[in-house]
Design a protein around this ligand. Structure first.
Ligand SMILES: NC(=O)c1ccc[n+]([C@@H]2O[C@H](COP(=O)([O-])OP(=O)(O)OC[C@H]3O[C@@H](n4cnc5c(N)ncnc54)[C@H](OP(=O)(O)O)[C@@H]3O)[C@@H](O)[C@H]2O)c1
Length: 261
């Protein structure tokens, strides 16, 4: 599979890193294009990819074209790409740009999908929200492509923004909590580097255990011995209504998707 990225920023690089990991038996061939030649060169260097000279060259070198520019740049990119696309698949990873908007900007028979990745794709641990759109016969191959870098969840577009708020935004939201756990340890006298190391290693191991169990409640039950330290922490969380704060964060992220373009 040949994959061409329009845009070589954070998410395009994360995807490229995921797809160029050592242990993949049949890694895709990657090509980058960016308005910044330096950005494309940097992405290509770290993933063993090629750099396209222009948009026509990028599309020509691709079976799947991934639109990885910021939402406000998508319309301009689609206008330029539309006459070049032919039967190739186009996948947009832009937040807030609907399938209907993508289709309206492309020929009626274009093969278009939306995917929402997250940066954990770089480690092969991504979550991909996948709206197959009009991929038709290319749906399976496209799903398999993303599955090389993580877990693909096929989704109705109706739920896309809410799902994005949980999966796409999770690395940033969780990083904030990890930082705050480290700060809490510093407030109790720990050295900053030690505190950060404990918080990072703690979340890494905890995430692996939660993933293995598949049920957060089961982990809470096993970790929170009645009368113990974790139980005291959970009670403190509940008294401050952390569940409500999380719900508000997810709501804010999902609503923001409507204002992005
Ligand atoms: N970052 C994430 O974790 C994440 C996760 C999921 C989805 N997304 C989505 O992915 C998209 C990109 O996000 P990002 O964080 O990767 O943004 P980013 O780091 O700003 O990367 C976008 C890149 O595209 C370039 N660009 C702009 N117009 C272009 C054009 N016409 N042709 C080629 N390149 C062009 C930009 O150059 P300039 O900077 O010079 O404009 C920039 O280098 C967004 O739509 C976002 O919603 C991001």
């Amino acid at each position: 599979m040949r994959v061409g990225f329009i845009g070589a920023g954070h998410i395009a690089r994360a995807l490229g890193q995921g797809w160029s990991r050592q242990n993949l038996s049949d890694p895709p061939e990657l090509t980058y294009l960016d308005v910044s030649a330096d950005a494309a060169a940097k992405a290509a260097e770290e993933t063993g990819a090629s750099v396209a000279a222009d948009l026509a060259g990028l599309v020509e070198a691709s079976d799947v074209v991934i639109v990885a520019v910021r939402p406000q740049h998508v319309a301009a990119v689609l206008a330029e790409t539309a006459p070049l696309l032919g039967a190739r698949a186009l996948v947009s990873v832009a937040a807030g740009v609907t399938l209907e908007e993508l289709r309206a900007a492309l020929p009626a028979d274009a093969h278009v999908a939306r995917v929402m990745p997250n940066v954990a794709a770089s480690l092969g641990l991504g979550v991909f929200l996948f709206v197959p759109g009009t991929l038709g016969g290319q749906e399976r191959a496209t799903e398999d492509l993303f599955a090389l870098a993580g877990d693909v969840v096929v989704l109705d577009e109706l739920h896309f923004d809410s799902a994005t708020a949980v999966a796409g935004c999770m690395p940033g939201m969780l990083a904030m909590l990890v930082r705050d756990f480290a700060r809490a340890a510093v407030r109790r006298g720990l050295d900053g580097d030690v505190a950060r190391r404990l918080a990072v290693a703690g979340v890494y191991g905890a995430a692996a255990v939660i993933a293995r169990e598949g049920d957060p409640d089961a982990v809470i039950t096993s970790a929170a011995t009645p009368g113990g330290m974790t139980a005291a922490a959970i009670t403190a969380f509940e008294e401050r209504d952390i569940a409500e704060a999380v719900a508000l964060a997810v709501h804010a992220a999902a609503e923001r998707a409507k204002e992005l373009k």
